[in-house]
Write a new protein. Structure first.
Length: 624
């Protein structure tokens, strides 16, 4: 153990505004949005507090369109795409809309100007329909982007076809509203030929459709990951993500200075390439900690020195899969969801869009998702922090994101992460928080490490009760846990309160905490002032029916926060008579989604908010 680290945070000394720029995830293919498993996941994602996940970037969305009448006189069947987007919007999520896909396979040649015009008209029809369905203000909050990774083999129409396709995307959106953000190219290989071609076209080219100069581009998107795909446990190089991003920025400044100040987006910023490769660390605290580490690196190395207008970071980890895959849920059930990206072929006839048509399933939140819940509590202002000895995150892995909350409190992420997968240890930290308003404060410590918030370890210790082995034989890691075992896993999936919430009287505006910080881990420290007011009631409580393994009935509950302050916890309650309600969640919730298993028939649901001082909101209720 190294010597104790003293960290001082002063919330009265703001450094700069803090943009929570990492609020996105993605998956493939789009038709999963119509399946019960993904609809349940979307409810969880929409429940990440404070819009901690706001955008979903999904491949092949336009494959959900059916074209009737051919390319010359198309008519569109919107029903499946409507339903897919409705799932997102219902849960307060927004598409990072890749204009990707080939509706009914009608597009074959993007050097054919008639097909280019047809694609333009398709994009116009898409924008026009969803402006009408959701409102133009909502549509302007979306991002539109080129087809995914045209330099990885999905694009087969050449560079000229790609620039023509881009011209058609821009012209299609412009026909509806020029304020709709459009960018790209979302390429996977640093400074690849197709990346150079599209930025040159958007700088000095001429649109093949308008002939009035280059098409607009509102952001530059790239994909930089920590290490290549491999079935071996290769060590990610997290700083390599930053290094290659800065190469892109330097290239723009040297060759296309007109584009150099555009926002930069990395919308597949994963530690490792290959979503389906099995690596056990995907299910453990290492993944949660390295997600936080990569965010801190972008803040420290790109945003703080103003090396670029880095605007958006998204992981690509909302696939349906197991503990070891690059997913943020562990799926239990009979279906195989490995087909995606290279292996994907859209077959809408295989969809099981009805809960009763799909096999029963269960899903457990992994620490990768829980890290987004904790980081979502960060405030909008970075404040001053000093440390002795000085923090060196790229060497010993200890990093901090110190923020001030709108009510004068503090939310501090303490990240302990190194790239080496097998390295472990502990660091003693004395954290001093100054500049608080005098008075009572609630102190909440939430942690993800290999002891707390570690459902995979709980699963490994469980016995497969269907296998009558002797007590001397290895324990189970059961393929189909029992109802009681799933309940144990769900207790472990929520962010762990290290200690009961403490109430501290900070008359001098100072609070000190002694922390033992394991490697790897993510610790969230919330210090919230006592406003004297109970939290507002949640709103919009809704329930959706699902079938768990063993045909156990389930209800996915989701609601909207009535009080936006961090440090708010939620209780889910049930009643059979509508008068006496009993709490059913065994641990405090910070998200606004909860799966209730095996409810009684006729049960009535309620949810309430509870602050750090134990004050409760009125109930928000719903009938079953």
């Amino acid at each position: 153990m190294r010597q104790r680290t003293q960290i001082n945070v002063d919330v009265s000394k703001p450094v700069r505004p803090f943009k929570r720029f990492w609020r996105g995830t993605g998956f493939s293919p789009a038709e999963l949005l119509l399946e019960p498993e993904m609809r349940q996941m979307v409810a969880y994602l929409g429940g990440v507090p404070h819009e901690g996940v706001r955008y979903l970037r999904i491949h092949y969305l336009l494959n959900l369109l059916t074209v009737i009448g051919g390319i010359a006189n198309p008519r569109y069947d919107w029903s499946l795409l409507d339903r897919a987007l409705d799932v997102m919007v219902e849960h307060r999520l927004k598409p990072f809309f890749e204009l990707m896909g080939n509706p009914s396979g009608i597009f074959t040649d993007y050097e054919n100007i008639d097909q280019v015009k047809a694609w333009r008209d398709l994009v116009t029809a898409v924008a026009d329909r969803y402006a009408g369905r959701y409102g133009m203000e909502e549509l302007r909050s979306w991002f539109f982007e080129t087809t995914n990774e045209a330099d990885s083999g999905w694009w087969t129409y050449g560079e000229r076809g790609y620039t023509n396709y881009y011209d058609a995307c821009v012209a299609g959106l412009d026909a509806v509203d020029r304020a709709l953000p459009m960018g790209g190219p979302g390429t996977a290989r640093t400074l690849s030929p197709i990346f150079r071609a599209i930025v040159a076209h958007c700088d000095k080219g001429v649109s093949c459709l308008t002939n009035d100069g280059p098409p607009r581009i509102d952001f530059i998107s790239i994909h930089e990951k920590g290490v290549n795909g491999s079935i071996e446990d290769l060590t990610p190089n997290s700083n390599g993500i930053i290094d290659r991003t800065l190469l892109v920025v330097d290239y723009l400044r040297q060759h296309h200075p007109r584009l150099a100040e555009l926002p930069i987006v990395n919308d597949e910023c994963d530690p490792q390439l290959g979503w389906s490769d099995q690596h056990s660390w995907h299910g453990r605290a290492y993944y949660a900690a390295i997600i936080g580490k990569i965010i801190e690196q972008h803040e420290r190395r790109i945003i703080a020195p103003k090396a670029a207008d880095f605007t958006f970071l998204s992981n690509d980890h909302a696939f349906i899969g197991g503990w070891g895959q690059r997913t943020i849920f562990a799926y239990f059930g009979p279906r195989n969801f490995r087909r995606a990206q290279w292996e994907h072929k859209t077959d809408l006839s295989t969809l099981a869009t009805d809960v009763d048509a799909a096999p029963p399933f269960e899903q457990i939140k992994k620490p990768g998702l829980t890290s987004l819940e904790l980081l979502a509590t960060l405030g909008d202002t970075l404040c001053e922090a000093t440390a002795y000895p000085k923090l060196d995150p790229d060497i010993d892995g200890l990093a901090i994101l110190p923020t001030k909350l709108a009510d004068g409190g503090a939310s501090i992420a303490l990240i302990h992460s190194v790239d080496a997968i097998t390295q472990s240890g502990r660091t003693s930290v004395r954290l001093q928080i100054d500049g608080l308003e005098p008075g009572r404060h609630g102190v909440c410590l939430l942690r993800i490490d290999d002891e707390f918030t570690n459902p995979m370890e709980v699963w490994e210790a469980q016995r497969d009760e269907s296998n009558p082995r002797g007590p001397w034989e290895p324990v189970g890691a059961p393929r189909e846990p029992t109802a009681d075992q799933f309940a144990e896993l769900r207790r472990a999936q929520e962010p762990a309160l290290l200690h009961p919430i403490s109430i501290v009287d900070a008359q001098d505006g100072r609070i000190s905490l002694d922390l033992d910080v394991p490697l790897p881990s993510l610790t969230q420290i919330l210090v919230v002032p006592d406003t004297g007011a109970a939290p507002s009631a949640p709103t919009g409580l809704t329930a959706r029916r699902y079938r768990g393994l063993g045909e156990r009935p389930q209800r996915m509950l989701f609601w909207a926060a009535g009080d936006a302050r961090p440090g708010i916890f939620y209780d889910v309650l049930t009643s059979t008579d509508g008068k006496i309600f009993e709490k059913v969640n065994p641990v405090p919730l910070i998200s606004t989604a909860y799966l209730h298993v095996s409810p009684q028939s006729g049960v009535r649901y309620a949810v309430r908010a509870r602050d750090a001082f134990g004050r409760e909101s009125p109930l928000c209720t719903i009938g079953d």
